[in-house]
Design a protein around this ligand. Sequence first.
Ligand SMILES: Cc1cc2nc3c(=O)[nH]c(=O)nc-3n(C[C@H](O)[C@H](O)[C@H](O)COP(=O)(O)OP(=O)(O)OC[C@H]3O[C@@H](n4cnc5c(N)ncnc54)[C@H](O)[C@@H]3O)c2cc1C
Ligand code: SF4
Ligand code: SF4
Ligand code: SF4
Length: 399
Amino acid sequence: MKDFIKIENPKSCCGCGACVSVCPRDAVAMKEDEAGFIYPSVDEALCVKCGKCAEVCVFTQKNKGANGDPAVYAAATEDKDVLLESSSGGIFTELANAVLDKGGTVFGAAWTNEMSVSHIPVESKAELEKLRGSKYVQSVTGDTFRQAKKLLEGGRYVCFSGTPCQIAGLKAYLGRDYEKLLTIDIICHGVPSMKMLRDDLAYVYGGDLSEIDRIKFRDKRYGWGTKGSILSGSSRTKYDPGTSPYYFYFLKGEVYRESCYNCRFPSEGRQGDITLGDYWGIRQELIKLMGEADPDKGISCVLVNTGKGAQWFKSIENNLHLTLSDRKSVEKHNKQLTAPSAPLPEHRELLEGYLKNGYSAFREGYKKHFKDHVIRTAKNMIPPKVKRGLNDFLSKVKG
Ligand SMILES: Cc1cc2nc3c(=O)[nH]c(=O)nc-3n(C[C@H](O)[C@H](O)[C@H](O)COP(=O)(O)OP(=O)(O)OC[C@H]3O[C@@H](n4cnc5c(N)ncnc54)[C@H](O)[C@@H]3O)c2cc1C
Ligand code: SF4
Ligand code: SF4
Ligand code: SF4
């Protein structure tokens, strides 16, 4: 008889949901803690002590991930509409389209009607818009690992996209590779809880949250950056680090679940066949090699980690503005490729304040960061072209 999963330290659970999916008795369910982070909870009356939930856990078993020397590209879709709706270069949509063209199913994170974020399956290009765009909060994988397995067992193509820990969780649950499975992970610095986001939306939006149609964390009408909008009917409320304590703390890295500060995946090889991220700080000389690419509308960094990833990427190359790059250049402005986010001293204080006083702790702390707001706002006012020129200059000076 084996023991079931027990979370003794929140640092050791990323909430991927593999243990929920693997349980033959449906005895494991995700429950929110006081801060809104989800952790597995076992119904002992149903449990038969098979131990599968503990064995599948990605935070306790070694999962090496793909090679450490991927082919790296700077890329952006040629489809201007898709680019505008995507957070970076729209590569996710291009890959997803390729899988849908083969009659496959694409899994990714979507807003639900209850104003939360969950993984869902999509089978048509029209529905893909639900998955498009970054949702800066933890997405619940729910039943999607099981759904993906069923489709793969039935011989269908499946594309599964998510954070590295979700892809590692899926792979641990599947237990083997499938030729028709394409996995895409994103470069990830961490996720806050849905409860925190809801509290923040109530503060920033003010009205009834059920009126909100969609939150765009990255609204390209403001360029390629971290300014967003809350969309409700025909109204648009600004949502960015200058208006939202949540967004501000998200970017500072102060409100993630504990596992994110202990994340294994930056150092253990990439989990996806392909990794996607923002190519922050891209050099002007690289952009020049990308034909018509518009750096003010977003450029992705693409890490092609496996042979399977290379085949899929080749199949979409003709739809992209593209140039070869290297991992070092991407890492320079994307620390999450080498190490997890470091918890700042304010992290604990903020979390304890949130547990004691609720969302007001976010608001109070936010006021203290007034200087940071001014600097960030001033930075946001510098035209992107000038910023890129400065970055290029500084890179050259630093060597
Ligand atoms: C929480 C989070 C943190 C991120 N941190 C970084 C970072 O530090 N550096 C960096 O370069 N890029 C980061 N990204 C990735 C980046 O914002 C883009 O999502 C990525 O470059 C893909 O862009 P795209 O234009 O190709 O596609 P898009 O259409 O913009 O992206 C859609 C893809 O993102 C996935 N996705 C969206 N929200 C979530 C979510 N909550 N959980 C799991 N998957 C999600 C969808 O399933 C889909 O695969 C982060 C994304 C998220 C969601
Ligand atoms: S030990 Fe087995 S039956 Fe019990 S919760 Fe874990 S997977 Fe389910
Ligand atoms: S890391 Fe994933 S598999 Fe492990 S306990 Fe947490 S949710 Fe379950
Ligand atoms: S930082 Fe690591 S643990 Fe946190 S959501 Fe991202 S991949 Fe998962």
